[in-house]
Write a protein that binds this ligand. Structure first.
Ligand SMILES: [Zn+2]
Length: 363
């Protein structure tokens, strides 16, 4: 006789039951809020399956159907216990399958099939996930340092498992956990000093089946940090030098490599990896320039990157979390893009700018 394995935990057991080991059977009674069976009931497993059938208003089911129904119902109850956002669709399908089991049905038709052990594993993942998130939420913003942030992210790396995309139930569970993860990143202090990054990430994080809208950014804080950045000033000087002979120029071609701009400031770098800057420039009588600026970028996480390499090592402003953002979060973002948790959209940053006299290009 072949070894029996518990349908819930997959461990071998030697009891006379058909589906579960004794410990798991007890846990299932508890999960379903069923009172413990009295001692005189010899087959507590069959008794459980019968009670599940009654609870679903199904009577006189044969053994095979009872066992199938019990596993679907137990799986559904584990999914209900997971504190996750995007499981409704999966649950509905299981409910339909439960409805379809009757004394009249010839074959058991399934909208979604699953092994109970897989759902149980997902339940354990979600329990672990909840604990880590809760622990992190108890940290005060002021106390959050790089080590804590790293530990938090590393301890959750299991939710970025690409092999889970192919199964609809694990996909929904991992989608939900990643969705929560990014929400925590946005509001949990990890992006406290990176407002633009937080804003763009928030826009990219779209609920199940929804597409994000494109964004136009025109807040003073972002624009000031761009205007004050070395990358921007250098770029403007280069463009004026190259294109400014006639006192005016318009540059708005994505193919023009001169218009690529990459920032060293970590918020701008993380938010805009490789942006294109359009310029409409007119020279004033006092030799300053009026510039209409439009910075365009496609917000996406399609490439694994080592953004740290991009960051100018001379940069002064010390962001404690730079390491994390530069690479780890970006690469987790790549996985979440494949799941569709993070979606692509267009960003446009628009402002007018007048060069200062001291920065003026000679001539
Ligand atoms: Zn078991």
């Amino acid at each position: 006789m072949s070894e029996k394995r518990c349908k819930l935990c997959n461990k071998p057991y030697e009891h006379h039951y058909a589906l579960f080991g004794r410990g798991c059977l007890e846990n299932i009674y508890e999960l379903l809020n069923f009172s413990k069976p009295s001692r005189i009931i010899w087959n507590k497993e069959m008794y459980l399956c019968t009670r599940i059938a009654w609870k679903n208003h199904k009577f006189f089911l044969n053994k095979k159907k009872k066992y199938a129904l019990a596993q679907k119902y137990i799986g559904l109850n584990y999914l209900n216990k997971m504190n996750l956002d995007f499981l409704d669709d999966v649950k509905e399908k299981i409910l339909k399958d439960i409805k379809n089991i009757s004394i009249f049905s010839k074959n058991i038709k399934e909208n979604i099939s699953f092994a109970l052990n897989d759902v149980y594993k997902l339940y354990n993942y979600s329990q672990r996930f909840d604990e880590i998130i809760e622990e992190f939420q108890n940290i005060k913003f002021e106390e959050l340092d790089e080590k804590m942030a790293k530990n938090f992210i590393e301890s959750l790396s299991f939710i970025f498992d690409k092999s889970k995309i192919s199964n609809p139930i694990s996909y929904a569970v991992f989608y939900s956990m990643q969705y929560t993860f990014w929400q925590v990143v946005i509001v949990g202090g990890l992006l406290a000093n990176m407002k633009l990054s937080a804003k763009l990430l928030n826009n990219s994080l779209s609920p199940f089946g929804k597409e994000p809208s494109d964004l136009i950014i025109d807040d003073n804080e972002t624009i000031t940090s761009i205007i004050e950045s070395e990358a921007f000033n250098k770029k403007i000087n280069e463009l004026i030098e190259k294109y400014g002979q006639d006192g005016r120029f318009v540059l708005n071609d994505y193919k023009n490599r001169d218009l690529l701009i990459r920032f060293a400031n970590s918020d701008l770098l993380y938010a805009l990896h490789d942006a294109t800057m359009f310029v409409n420039a007119v020279k004033n009588e006092d030799n300053t320039w009026n510039l209409e600026i439009e910075i365009n970028d496609t917000y996406d996480f399609t490439d694994f990157k080592n953004l740290k390499e991009y960051v100018d090592s001379n940069e002064t402003g010390k962001d404690i979390l730079k390491d994390i953002f530069s690479t780890v979060l970006n690469n987790l973002g790549v996985v979440s893009s494949e799941y569709g948790v993070l979606k692509i959209f267009e960003v446009k940053i628009k402002f007018d700018y007048t060069t200062e006299k001291k920065n003026m290009y000679k001539n």
